[in-house]
Design a protein around this ligand. Structure first.
Ligand SMILES: *[C@@H]1O[C@H](CO)[C@@H](O)[C@H](O)[C@H]1NC(C)=O
Ligand SMILES: *[C@@H]1O[C@H](CO)[C@@H](O)[C@H](O)[C@H]1NC(C)=O
Ligand SMILES: *[C@@H]1O[C@H](CO)[C@@H](O)[C@H](O)[C@H]1NC(C)=O
Ligand SMILES: *[C@@H]1O[C@H](CO)[C@@H](O)[C@H](O)[C@H]1NC(C)=O
Ligand SMILES: *[C@@H]1O[C@H](CO)[C@@H](O)[C@H](O)[C@H]1NC(C)=O
Ligand SMILES: *[C@@H]1O[C@H](CO)[C@@H](O)[C@H](O)[C@H]1NC(C)=O
Ligand SMILES: *[C@@H]1O[C@H](CO)[C@@H](O)[C@H](O)[C@H]1NC(C)=O
Ligand SMILES: *[C@@H]1O[C@H](CO)[C@@H](O)[C@H](O)[C@H]1NC(C)=O
Ligand SMILES: *[C@@H]1O[C@H](CO)[C@@H](O)[C@H](O)[C@H]1NC(C)=O
Ligand SMILES: *[C@@H]1O[C@H](CO)[C@@H](O)[C@H](O)[C@H]1NC(C)=O
Length: 544
């Protein structure tokens, strides 16, 4: 695990970068821990930059192409086997290698004699269409262009050294994606699937298919499932902090920030964001959170250790005394565990800045317009662009009721980054607020297509924008046929696309994960039988 200087983009991501947001990310810190052991060769396809010469938002159009990278594993492949297309999502293809080696693609390849291929998302890794990422150059980074890449790829991909014609429709293509890539999987199936389509089937894992502007629900699973003594003190401390902000008393606010060592953060939102980091700050955070906990041995301990710090019964007196430092603003009542919380920030967060001034962009200052306007290509910039233009999902505090992050964190705090980062270009400008319809037009959390599977985690921070959202209709599978055409599974106790991880031994996995994997294998096998039935083939993987 990258213990220092990582920034995890919140959604769907998990891209890891430094606090300076140097890209070099993997999905979640946890994933980064799995160093890849295999060297896959990079291949590229000449991909079309603009798939929609008739849609005015892409004007002026271009007929140019860019080099889009892909990596494949044919070690399990036998003639007649399927192709598993792993959708890269918001990170480099390299950081997805574990899915071919030990994860879900390995499991499915082994079960079906399939070939696995990772396609790197446009504007990530080394698949940037342009040298820089100005507002104009980013105009082709949209959901519809991204899923059109998938449709083009399945028709034109070549696999040097593999003696088979695998382009669609000669072989069944089955997509898999987690998080944002899961949503892209769902939208790809909806647009290019079906019996006569280019894509035969797909699995959207924790597919974040619903766009909304403010996503307060991110913190709900933490409220609900995290150790409640920790959560109780945090809710109360945040309430008190917001009361002090509400007084507008500059001396009190300064004193409060100073307890955390953060008096240099003039912007109240920056202070609120920094103390939210152990829980998950809006868009990015330098240590791992609830989202980065995974089953098995590779999950991050950061969140649990934060909570054991906050609830430490044995803290020295000079730390417990801090609980009284602001009691004059709460009718003489101490703020239980404030000293522990503040000490954690000082001991474990601030050192991540490695001596950079607290208020600088290299540390926790978020108000540097020059920094945001830097047009260098990076995953965090591409991800922010999609957030600002289509997805939204700004992590904000609920205005009423318990909240783990300060109510200073509202939509306008995040929106400023959009406005600073993407000034109007010559041809293109970002909307005043994300155009959510560009995502919701596919059906939101109801998105449905033949042979599109939805698999979600009960304790995932992104659950409420997935198929099994608490806001969605209750989900039932009503027949054996329904289980093939519209498969769905909510894994008990699981987090963000936990089914994507494996240990190369399904029978050695914990029971809920093991049975999720067995369900995925059966579902894929049924899809392959129906493919063979449609094509009049005797059986897959048998040389047919
Ligand atoms: C774009 O418009 C032209 C001219 O109207 C038409 O011939 C072409 O099929 C359209 N292309 C697409 C991709 O819709
Ligand atoms: C490729 O596959 C075809 C058909 O299965 C077979 O006839 C041919 O010998 C194979 N070529 C090589 C180089 O393996
Ligand atoms: C922190 O940075 C902001 C924006 O750059 C600036 O306005 C403010 O004065 C800085 N605060 C301190 C204490 O330097
Ligand atoms: C506090 O957190 C740090 C960093 O994660 C950890 O090393 C330490 O053991 C924790 N302390 C307690 C009392 O939980
Ligand atoms: C508490 O005392 C210890 C030991 O003297 C010191 O290292 C630490 O910085 C103090 N902590 C606070 C919050 O004053
Ligand atoms: C602001 O950002 C620019 C460009 O990244 C950087 O050179 C400068 O050091 C930053 N200033 C502060 C105070 O963070
Ligand atoms: C956001 O809006 C609130 C309420 O209107 C306001 O108090 C706050 O100053 C605004 N914050 C920013 C960063 O614009
Ligand atoms: C999802 O489907 C339900 C029932 O069919 C419908 O009531 C609801 O409005 C749909 N939600 C969205 C976001 O489309
Ligand atoms: C954890 O990582 C190791 C080393 O990369 C890997 O062998 C193991 O399968 C992983 N475990 C899980 C549960 O993903
Ligand atoms: C897989 O896990 C099972 C159950 O723990 C164990 O008995 C078996 O030896 C493991 N197989 C391998 C190849 O590690």
């Amino acid at each position: 695990m990258n213990s220092v200087a990582t920034t995890v983009l919140a959604c769907c991501v998990g891209a890891i970068a430094s606090v300076q947001r140097v890209p070099g990310r993997a999905q979640y810190g946890a994933i980064e821990a799995r160093q890849s052991t295999t060297e896959y060769a990079a291949h590229t396809i000449d991909q079309i930059i603009d798939h929609f010469p008739n849609i005015s938002r892409y004007e002026p159009h271009t007929s140019a192409t860019f080099k889009q990278r892909y990596f494949f594993d044919d070690s399990y492949y036998k003639p007649g086997g399927p192709v598993f297309l792993y959708i890269g999502g918001e990170t480099s293809a390299e950081s997805r290698f574990s899915n071919l080696e030990t994860g879900i693609i390995q499991i499915l390849m082994e079960a079906t004699n399939g070939l696995g291929v990772i396609l790197e998302n446009r504007y990530y890794g080394e698949s940037f269409p342009f040298e820089t990422s100005t507002t104009d150059e980013l105009r082709f980074l949209t959901t519809e262009q991204t899923i059109a890449d998938n449709a083009y790829f399945v028709q034109h991909a070549t696999f040097p050294g593999v003696n088979a014609t695998l382009t669609s429709p000669h072989a069944p293509w089955i997509l898999y994606g987690g998080s944002l890539a899961g949503a892209q999987t769902a939208f790809s199936l909806k647009t290019y699937g079906g019996d006569d389509g280019l894509l035969w089937a797909g699995i959207g894992a924790s597919a974040t298919t619903k766009a909304k502007l403010a996503y307060t629900e991110w913190y709900d699973p933490i409220q609900k499932y995290a150790p409640q003594d920790c959560i109780g003190s945090l809710n109360a401390i945040i309430d008190n902090i917001d009361q002090v902000f509400a007084t507008g008393n500059a001396a009190a606010i300064h004193k409060m920030k100073a307890l955390f060592g953060l008096e240099a953060l003039t912007d109240n939102g920056d202070f609120a964001m920094t103390i939210a980091y152990p829980l998950g700050g809006p868009m990015n955070y330098p240590t791992n959170t609830w989202q980065e906990i995974i089953w098995g041995d590779n999950g991050s301990q950061d969140f649990w250790l934060f909570c054991t710090n906050v609830t430490n019964l044995d803290a020295p007196e000079n730390i417990t005394q801090v609980d009284y430092a602001l009691s004059q603003y709460t009718g003489g009542e101490p703020w239980a565990n404030l000293g522990n919380y503040a000490n954690y920030v000082k001991q474990y967060l601030i050192p991540i800045c490695d001596g950079a001034p607290i208020n600088s962009s290299a540390c926790f200052g978020e108000q540097n317009i020059t920094y945001w306007a830097d047009t260098a290509n990076s995953a965090s910039r591409s991800y922010l662009y999609s957030t600002c233009t289509e997805a939204g999902l700004y992590q904000v505090a609920r205005p009423h009721g318990p909240t783990l992050i300060s109510r200073q964190l509202q939509v306008n705090y995040t929106q400023r980054w959009c406005d600073w980062s993407f000034p109007r270009g010559k041809h293109s400008s970002i909307p005043a607020t994300p155009d959510l319809w560009q995502i919701n037009k596919y059906g939101g959390y109801n998105v449905s297509a033949p042979r599109l599977a939805h698999i979600d985690g009960e304790q995932d921070v992104w659950l409420d924008i997935c198929y099994h959202s608490n806001d969605a209709p209750k989900r039932y599978t009503t027949s054996w046929e329904d289980a093939e055409l519209h498969p769905q599974l909510l894994i008990s106790g699981a987090g963000h696309h936990w089914d994507s991880y494996g240990i190369k031994n399904v029978s050695g996995e914990p029971q809920f994960i093991q049975n999720a994997h067995l369900w995925e294998i059966r579902t894929v096998e049924r899809w392959l039988r129906s493919w063979n039935a449609l094509k009049g083939i005797g059986g897959y993987g048998s040389g047919a």
